[in-house]
Design a protein around this ligand. Structure first.
Ligand code: 5AD
Ligand code: SF4
Length: 442
C-alpha cells in the first residue's frame, strides 16, 4: 500500500487545475485520500490574491501542523501562490511546514520529498519562462465526470496595479495547441461532455500562428457534443474574431467572464487596465449584437486607492448598463510588491470599502434576479451534472449561459432515472430565485 496524500485547494480554477497536475506528478508515490486525518502528506495549494485568502490558509496550516504531534511522520507542504510570495519565511515561521513549492516548480516535488524524508526541509520557488506542464496528464479531481478544466497557458504579465498574480505566477506562456486538443479529445472519449479552457487572460493565448480564436475553433470541432467554455477574458484583448467563433459554433457556450473591476475610467487608468469605460461598453455591445443571449459575468473591486464617491457611482451605473448575470465582488486588498502598494495610498477607509461593496452586492443581487426572471418560460438545453444535495429526486445542470437549472427527475419503477448525469436534456424554466432557476423536463 502506498502512503496517502490529502490535497486542499484554495483560490481560482487555475489552482484546481494545478492540483490535478500535482496529484499526477505524485501518483507513483501516493494514493489520495479525502480525509486529512489519514494522510501522510498534506499539500495546501494556496492563493495570494487578497489578504483574507492568505489568512484563511494560515489558520488552516496551524490546524494541519498541530496534527503532526499526533501523527509522527506526517509531512505538510505549502504550494501555489503563497509559497511563491512568502518563500522561506514560511519555513522559518512557527508553523511546522516541511515543504514550500511555487507554481512552476512542481516537477521537483518528488526530489524535494526525498530531502524531506531524509530530515531536511524542501523548497523550490523558481519561476520559469517555459513550464506549462503540457506533457502531464492531470488526475481529474472534479466532483463529476462530465466537466473538466484544461489549463491552456500560465502566468500573466499585464501587471494590473493591484494584482499580485504576475509576481506569483510569472511570465505569460502558452501550451502548444495540439497538446490542448489532444487532452480535450481524450476527455471526450472518456465520457466528458464539457471542457473549460483556463488562463489568466485566455484572449492573449498564442502558440506559433495559433491565437485563441483559432484554438477555440479546433477544440469546438472535436465533436458537436463537447461543450467548450473559457475563462478569464481581459476586456482589452476581446477580439471580434473570438466573438465570431463563439457565434459560429453552437457547442461554444454563450457565456463570457469579462472582469471590469471598475466603471470609472479614472480608476481603470490608475489600475493600469489599458481600457476605459467606453471601450468596455463598446466590447459588450459588440458581443450582444452578435450573440444577443450571451451570459456576461464580471469581477468588481470596491474601494481601490483614491476611489471617490463619483467613481463608485460610475461602477454602479456601469453594472446597470451591462445588466450582469453574475459577479464576483471584492473589497480592495493592498498586496505587498504590487504597483499600487508602492505608488498609491490605500486611502479608502475600511468602513467605506465595506459600504460600497455592500451596495455593489445588493445591486448585483437585483440584476441576477432580473436576469433569472427573464428566463422564466424559456426552454434551454442543459448538460446534466449531478444530483441535488437536498433532494435525491432532483438533478441539476447548466445551460449554455452557465446558469444552474434544477429539475425533478423522479426514479422510474425499476429504480433507474430517466435522465442521467452526462445527458443533454431540454428543460423549461418555471420559477426562479436570485440564485437559481427551477425547471421541468420538456
Ligand atoms: N484586492 C481585491 N481584489 C483583487 N483582485 C485581484 N487583486 C485584488 C486585490 N488586490 C480581484 C480582481 C480579479 C479577481 C480574480 O480578483 O477582481 O479579477
Ligand atoms: Fe491580475 Fe490583471 Fe493578470 Fe488578471 S490580468 S491576473 S487582474 S494582473
Amino acid at each position: 500500500m502506498k502512503p496517502l496524500l490529502f490535497i486542499e485547494t484554495y483560490g481560482c480554477q487555475m489552482n484546481f487545475a494545478d492540483s490535478e497536475i500535482l496529484v499526477s506528478l505524485l501518483k507513483d508515490r501516493y494514493d489520495t485520500t479525502d480525509n486529512y486525518a489519514d494522510a501522510d502528506l498534506i499539500l495546501v495549494n494556496t492563493c495570494s490574491i487578497r489578504d483574507h485568502a492568505e489568512q484563511r490558509v494560515l489558520n488552516r496550516l496551524k490546524e494541519f501542523t498541530s496534527l503532526k504531534k499526533k501523527h509522527q511522520g506526517l509531512k505538510v507542504g505549502l504550494v501555489g501562490c503563497m509559497a511563491e510570495r512568502l518563500k522561506e519565511q514560511l519555513l522559518e515561521s512557527e508553523l511546522a511546514i516541511d515543504l514550500v513549492v511555487g507554481p512552476d516548480a512542481y516537477r521537483s516535488l518528488p526530489a524535494l520529498l526525498d530531502e524531506v524524508e531524509a530530515g531536511s526541509k524542501g523548497i523550490d520557488v523558481l519561476l520559469s519562462e517555459s513550464e506549462t506542464y503540457q506533457d502531464i496528464e492531470p488526475v481529474r479531481l472534479g466532483s463529476n465526470k462530465v466537466s473538466a478544466f484544461i489549463s491552456i497557458m500560465r502566468g500573466c504579465q499585464n501587471y494590473c496595479a493591484y494584482c499580485v498574480v504576475p509576481y506569483t505566477r510569472g511570465k505569460e506562456r502558452s501550451r502548444e495547441g495540439q497538446t490542448i486538443v489532444n487532452e480535450a479529445r481524450k476527455l471526450f472519449e472518456q465520457g466528458y461532455r464539457e471542457v473549460t479552457l483556463l488562463g489568466q487572460n485566455v484572449n492573449s493565448y498564442r502558440a506559433g500562428d495559433l491565437d485563441f480564436a483559432g484554438l477555440m475553433r479546433l477544440v469546438a470541432e472535436i465533436d458537436p457534443a463537447l461543450r467548450v467554455r473559457f475563462s478569464t477574458s481581459h476586456p482589452k484583448d476581446l477580439s471580434d474574431s473570438l466573438i465570431e467563433v463563439m457565434a459560429a459554433y453552437p457547442n461554444i457556450c454563450k457565456n463570457i467572464h469579462l472582469p471590469v473591476q471598475s466603471g470609472s475610467s479614472a480608476m481603470l487608468a490608475k489600475m493600469k487596465r489599458k481600457y476605459d469605460r467606453e471601450w468596455y461598453l463598446e466590447r459588450v455591445s459588440a458581443l450582444r449584437k452578435r450573440i444577443p443571449d450571451c451570459g456576461i459575468s464580471t469581477d468588481i473591486i470596491a474601494g481601490f486607492c483614491g476611489e471617490t464617491e463619483q467613481d463608485h457611482e460610475q461602477t454602479l451605473s456601469l453594472m446597470r448598463e451591462v445588466g450582469y448575470d453574475f459577479a464576483f465582488m471584492f473589497k480592495y486588498s493592498d498586496r505587498p510588491g504590487t504597483f499600487a502598494h508602492k505608488n498609491y495610498a490605500d486611502d479608502v477607509s475600511e468602513e467605506v470599502k465595506l459600504r460600497r461593496l455592500n451596495q455593489i452586492i445588493d445591486l448585483q443581487q437585483q440584476l441576477s434576479h432580473q436576469s433569472n426572471r427573464r428566463d422564466v418560460g424559456k426552454t434551454f438545453e442543459i448538460l446534466v451534472e449531478g444530483v441535488s444535495k437536498k433532494d435525491k429526486q432532483r438533478f441539476f445542470g447548466r445551460n449554455s449561459q452557465n446558469k444552474v437549472i434544477v429539475f425533478d427527475n423522479p426514479a422510474l419503477p425499476n429504480g433507474e432515472f430517466k435522465v442521467r448525469v452526462g445527458d443533454y436534456v431540454k428543460v423549461e424554466v418555471k420559477e426562479c430565485t436570485a440564485a437559481t432557476l427551477l425547471g421541468a423536463l420538456v
